[in-house]
Design a protein around this ligand. Structure first.
Ligand SMILES: *[C@@H]1O[C@H](CO)[C@@H](O)[C@H](O)[C@H]1NC(C)=O
Ligand SMILES: *[C@@H]1O[C@H](CO)[C@@H](O)[C@H](O)[C@H]1NC(C)=O
Length: 397
């Protein structure tokens, strides 16, 4: 840990124009990032609709699991869940990446009802095709390690990181909380479609999907025979249990509401819920050291989504003192920067136990970024940063 602090501390002054990088762990994944400090991103960017530079050949069709409706695996509105599958080829024919998309959570019947009218709660609104880019790209020069693998992008339509489970429909709202069943139904289907014969498999996810990756990593491992190489990659999913700028634990309350309302507790890790209040086990820091499958964490210590929604949510900032700073970190004053640094320190502290884990690795950078593996430029491009000469070279977008 001292290592993290001193290295990044030295580089601290560069933050703002350049990004600092720190990485540790096993080299099982090549993590390449390009910071894009100058572009402030809105929450809607968590669900990429358009990737500049994505070739049309990378548009992949949506498959809906109509048959899973009988098993009760449905989106918030009762519609069939879905995924996009691009078949692998050549040397990648028996290798699989399964990626879970992100998109926040809903914590009240009202907010979940609003979500029902979007692709995050209903397959009626899902795009019929989505681009596959970054580490889902099939272009060898953009994605040298994984281009030929079978690639799946699971659509996120339950509002609780694929882990809620309530038997009954919520009457009067027409809502279903069935994330866990969606997860199982999609895994069953993928196993039939060839995942069962995988020689290597990687579960990944971004944001709320990154959290789902932490939660389901060992489940995923358990689906496949022992001899198969299985690993996980959680991108932008290390949401921190931290106070907001008004001193309230707003993310904790928020997670508590999500977990209680959607019946998530029974699907969280047993080794965690036996120790602490179940909703606490929605925070990866509470259970990462218990994950047995090799897992790699990619996260910014100044993750913009976390800064905007955990550290300085609108409710905690009634006078909008943080508004300009959140929109563009160059507008932050010294006091605000200090608070940001403290947030980073808390994140590094929370990651410390994991740093000693034999099964893990992490890449914690300091860009104002959130979800960095699926963008062609951040994943792998000539300008991408290098680490230990594994394609690492930092350059601001
Ligand atoms: C693959 O990516 C490279 C580098 O971005 C690009 O020059 C090339 O046109 C792409 N190939 C295809 C078939 O899209
Ligand atoms: C670093 O990587 C480049 C190409 O990726 C290679 O040409 C070079 O020899 C490597 N340098 C070292 C020190 O390994």
């Amino acid at each position: 840990m001292a290592n993290i602090r001193s290295r990044s501390g030295l580089l601290w002054k560069k933050w703002g124009r350049e990004c600092m990088f720190f990485a540790t762990g096993f080299g099982f994944l090549l993590i390449v990032l390009l910071p894009s400090l100058n572009s402030w991103k809105k929450e809607s960017d968590m669900i990429p609709k358009h990737f500049p530079g994505t070739s049309p050949g990378d548009l992949v069709d949506l498959t809906l699991l109509q048959s899973s409706k009988v098993k009760g695996a449905v989106c918030l509105d009762g519609s069939a869940p879905g995924y996009h599958l691009q078949r692998g080829f050549g040397s990648g024919s028996n290798y699989w990446i399964v990626h879970i998309e992100g998109g926040g959570w809903c914590n009240t019947l009202e907010s979940c009802s609003l979500r029902k009218n979007t692709a995050l709660g209903s397959s009626t609104f899902m795009e019929k095709q989505v681009p596959f880019s970054g580490f889902l790209s099939s272009n060898q020069s953009q994605n040298p390690d994984f281009f030929s693998w079978n690639k799946v992008r699971i659509r996120y339509c339950d509002g609780a990181s694929l882990s809620g489970e309530l038997e009954d429909e919520v009457q009067g709202y027409g809502l279903f909380f069935r994330g866990q069943r969606i997860w199982r139904a999609i895994m069953d289907e993928l196993l039939l479609k060839g995942l069962a014969n995988a020689q290597k498999a990687l579960l990944s996810g971004c944001s709320a999907g990154g959290l789902a990756t932490f939660i389901h990593c060992d489940d995923f491992r358990a689906l496949l025979p022992k001899g198969v190489t299985v690993k996980c990659l959680a991108d932008g999913g290390f949401f921190l249990d931290e106070k907001d700028v008004s001193g309230k634990r707003s993310i904790k309350s928020f997670y508590h509401e999500v977990v209680s309302m959607q019946g998530v507790s029974k699907n969280l890790r047993k080794d965690c819920v036996s120790r602490v209040q179940p909703s606490q086990c929605f925070f990866p820091q509470e259970f990462i050291t218990g994950i047995e499958t090799p897992i790699f964490i990619v996260n910014s210590a100044y993750d913009w989504w976390q800064i905007q929604n955990i550290l300085a949510p609108d409710d905690a900032d009634p006078h909008n003192d943080w508004l300009k700073c959140k929109q563009d970190i160059y507008n932050c004053n010294l006091d605000q920067l200090k608070v940001l640094h403290e947030y980073r320190s808390s994140m590094l502290d929370a990651l410390e136990p994991f740093q000693h884990s034999k099964n893990g690795g992490m890449f914690i950078n300091s860009c104002y970024a959130h979800c960095q593996t699926w963008k062609d430029k951040t994943w792998h491009s000539p300008e991408s940063p290098r680490l230990n000469n594994k394609s690492f070279y930092s350059k601001v977008n």
